[in-house]
Design a protein around this ligand. Structure first.
Ligand SMILES: [Zn+2]
Length: 197
């Protein structure tokens, strides 16, 4: 391509998941035709994502205000904590509309294969929350994979040791599946029919 500016944009777009060189070029030319306002809006949204979004200091949800709106909400039941692997899992549980407690995001799962141990997750902070808060139940909503199950067992044992009831999502979820690919209805059932761990 003849333009350094255009080349730069195309090479950046190409790095995005699912975008090949062809699509990158198509998007670049599309943006060129778009109004300046529209294109700058996109640029700003990307910029804000990195500069304004951070992890909630309580639950590690992604948020632009700290604590996040869920942690701040008086309408939520703060005595029930749903533990998930990633912020995207929180969004999925929220979308079911059946859960009114708060969350704790581990920011990963235990993975001996990848060398991810308990110290790399936010387990310590969860323990702190349980010690200072009036917590009645912790729901382990890690993915129903080998590593997600292992993480649920590990964290569940620590939480039980603190005298708090621990539950796990019901087994309606296919083993090895990910929450993000589970239908809302199935996940809603799995939450309502959760079992004592
Ligand atoms: Zn929060």
């Amino acid at each position: 391509m003849a333009s350094v500016v255009l080349d730069r944009l195309v090479s950046q777009l190409e790095k995005l998941p699912g975008i090949g060189p062809r699509s990158a070029e198509r998007i670049a030319f599309y943006l060129l035709r778009e109004s300046t306002e529209q294109a700058c809006e996109l640029a700003e949204a990307i910029r804000d994502l990195k500069l304004k979004l951070r992890h909630c200091s309580v639950c590690f949800n992604l948020t632009d205000e700290d604590p996040c709106t869920i942690c701040q909400s008086p309408k939520r039941d703060h005595s029930v904590i749903c533990v998930v692997e990633q912020p995207k899992d929180l969004a999925i549980v929220e979308a079911t509309g059946v859960y009114n407690g708060v969350y704790h995001i581990l920011l990963g799962r235990l993975s001996p294969m990848e060398g991810i141990g308990p110290e790399q997750l936010t387990i310590d902070r969860l323990v702190e929350r349980i010690k200072v808060g009036d917590i009645k139940e912790v729901i382990m909503a890690t993915n129903p994979t080998l590593e997600g199950d292992g993480t649920a067992m590990y964290v569940g044992e620590i939480v039980s040791g603190l005298g708090v009831k621990v539950t796990r999502l019901a087994r309606g979820l296919a083993i090895g599946s990910q929450l993000e690919y589970t239908s809302k209805a199935t996940l809603a059932d799995a939450i309502s029919e959760r079992k004592k761990l």
